[in-house]
Design a protein around this ligand. Structure first.
Ligand SMILES: Cc1cc2nc3c(=O)[nH]c(=O)nc-3n(C[C@H](O)[C@H](O)[C@H](O)COP(=O)(O)OP(=O)(O)OC[C@H]3O[C@@H](n4cnc5c(N)ncnc54)[C@H](O)[C@@H]3O)c2cc1C
Length: 379
């Protein structure tokens, strides 16, 4: 990516070297465990939360560095990239953007230190794509709110002590607040295992007390602000998926060079050369969209528009399914075995056409954005 400063370049190069030296061996073996040893190593080097304020233990940089770091780490260890994405672009980022000083001081430092994590709870049994149909309510009670409702499909719960929960305030629309999992009235009902082997959790809240300092958004514009924050999740997803494509391509390029059939490396057959060329084209296009969206957002007053965010994540998740599948194809039966990294990745990338907004919802976002503002301008 052009126009990185020397400092940005040095930080990201160090992150890459650290990941290559320490994360590669256990890549794609984490299943339902969080890769804590990798997270703690990044924390020791001060690389967690690059896009958060130094006051709360972050790196004082921008989302450009955070997005590039997610991509770089995902290329070496997809699970560590997933963790970084959720902790740099999802719930903690909402706390950083909307939280009170007291919430930021309480919740962000343990995450930046690699000691805790935070989940993002939006989905409900009857409110998936249609977030506005959610039923979890937050009713004012003295100096706080009482939260009642059910959330499901929530990632990160087993290794997090709290969640940013999206709620409905009676007569005031939607917003969000922080719920501690050890608060009275929280019942963790089920940890489902998804196709990638990761846990997604269903939990109930019954009259759970949340003090006002843990309210993130509330009031007339809350839902709109909240939806804008999803653009950052989509950008992080695009970076994480792009890194996964590079992981698969690195393996396929190496295998095509080593594996011989008919007396020559399979990578010298034009059928494989053209396949790789086509896959690399799609990977590069996804990477370009992701970097451009991050760069535009940070240079335009830290506002990421939904057109850029949805185009980047939609394209990346669509092509990743094919890229990973074809990299597996290049490995033949070798990769079609339980425990092979590409077998894991094949199952994993399928989920990203659903999580963080389905393909169809991304297309709705793109259609709405172009009706509102057209394609935008080059200058
Ligand atoms: C890997 C993964 C991780 C996740 N992590 C979290 C998490 O941490 N926190 C959380 O809250 N949730 C999480 N989710 C849930 C995710 O946000 C929802 O699955 C997603 O929003 C879709 O909701 P749904 O599954 O209920 O599908 P539905 O909304 O029921 O959609 C079913 C189908 O109908 C289509 N559809 C719906 N509406 C329209 C429309 N208007 N136009 C065209 N097609 C439409 C959808 O695209 C989809 O194909 C995760 C999901 C996955 C797969």
């Amino acid at each position: 990516m052009e126009a990185l400063t020397d400092e940005q370049r040095m930080v990201l190069k160090t992150v890459r070297e650290l990941a290559e030296q320490n994360f590669a061996e256990k890549a794609c073996t984490w299943n339902d465990q969080a890769p804590w040893e990798n997270i703690q190593l990044l924390a020791e080097h001060g690389f967690l939360g690059l896009n958060f304020d130094e006051k709360y233990g972050g790196g004082g940089m921008t989302e450009i560095e955070a997005v590039l770091m997610i991509e770089i780490v995902s290329r070496v260890c997809p699970d560590t990239g997933l963790f970084l994405n959720s902790q740099q672009m999802l719930a903690p980022r909402a706390v950083n953007e909307f939280g009170t000083e007291s919430a930021k001081k309480a919740y962000l430092p343990p995450i930046m230190n690699g000691e805790d994590a935070m989940a993002l709870a939006i989905s409900e049994p009857d409110a998936g794509s249609d977030v506005s149909a959610m039923n979890t309510t937050a009713v004012e009670d003295g100096d706080g709110f009482r939260v009642t409702g059910e959330k499901t499909w929530v990632s990160d719960v087993p290794h997090s002590s709290s969640a940013v929960v999206w709620v409905r305030y009676p007569n005031e629309g939607l917003g969000s607040l922080i719920v501690d999992f050890d608060a009275e009235g929280v019942d963790i009902a089920n940890h489902f295992t998804n196709m990638a082997g990761h846990k997604q959790t269903q939990f109930y809240m019954e009259d759970v007390y949340v003090p006002k300092e843990n309210v993130l958004t509330h009031g007339r514009s809350a839902f709109k602000e909240q939806l804008v924050s999803l653009n950052w999740e989509r950008l992080g997803n695009a970076a994480m998926i792009t890194g996964r494509m590079a992981f698969a391509l690195d393996m396929a390029i190496e295998y095509a060079t080593e594996r011989e059939q008919f007396g020559q490396p399979i990578g010298d057959f034009q059928g494989i050369e053209w396949k790789l060329a086509d896959l690399v084209k799609q990977y590069k296009a996804a990477q370009g969209l992701t970097h451009q969206a991050a760069r535009n957002a940070v240079s335009a007053d830290r506002t990421l528009n939904r057109l850029d965010a949805s185009v980047a994540t939609l394209y990346a998740s669509e092509v990743a399914e094919r890229v990973v599948s074809e990299c597996l194809q290049i490995h033949g039966a070798n990769a079609y075995q339980r425990g092979h990294p590409l077998e894991f990745l094949y199952r994993d990338v399928r989920g990203w056409r659903i999580g963080a907004g389905t393909d169809e919802i991304q297309k709705n976002q793109i259609a709405d954005a172009i009706k509102e503002n057209g394609l935008g301008h080059i200058v």
